[in-house]
Write a protein that binds this ligand. Sequence first.
Ligand code: PAF
Length: 283
Amino acid sequence: MERFETRDALQAHLHSIRVQGQSIGLVPTMGNLHEGHLALVEAARNDSDYVLATIFVNPLQFGPAEDLDSYPRTLEEDCSQLEAHHCDAVFIPSAEEMYPGGLDNQALVTVPGLSERHCGASRPLHFSGVCTVVCKLFNLTNPDIAFFGEKDYQQLQVIRKMTQDLCIPVSITGVPTARLPSGLALSSRNNYLDPSQLETAAILQATLKEAAGKLEQGNQEFKRIEDSAKTRLTESCFQPDYFSICHASTLEPATTGDKSLVILAAAWLGQTRLIDNIIITLR
Ligand code: PAF
């Protein structure tokens, strides 16, 4: 597996790949790779000739009081895992390489509306930071397909909208969430949980499943379902941020008759903010 640290070296190499007629699959990550990321690499391996992963802990998507400094960094293990999963190359830029003019002078990409709800309400600059770095990665690498986890469901929809609105010629593939047997979604932030919190954390997915079951049985009392889920989370030591039954693509509150739904949830467990979701198609 080849490693690139500069944009120039990466772009020169990708030019030679494209000249050979190979399609490029891009897997953007912030490192500390787990089975969820490796599923993205596998999907990219199946759907493209050349698989490029990126590892960059993007400072632009962290708020001032968030965990940028403590975010787990495990570069050598990450590279070994990528290699074992037949990734062809990894781009590991520094912050200076991605933002040569500094963070404060960087032009930003914003997706209004969709970015302002749910996680965007608690993390106001987060999606603009994500869109800006993803847009830069798309422009630098011109991938045919890019792969993102459904675990970050809102991020996936925001990136889809950015790509459409800005006419970026890349197809976006969402990959199902990887989970522990307990149901807990894999996340780098699970590293912050102690063993007892790790057990409790599985209640987030159990609560989503319970709410999904009610919807599938025809219950349309969205507010009541949301409130009862928040109560269950609070009683299980979580501090819920939001628990919202939404239309699956607009992420607007669900309305009676919507068939394509997603329930999005975020909750604090101690100092750790966990997110998860469940996608539901009603008959
Ligand atoms: O999902 C992530 O790991 C990040 O938000 C992403 C898409 C790599 C952008 O930094």
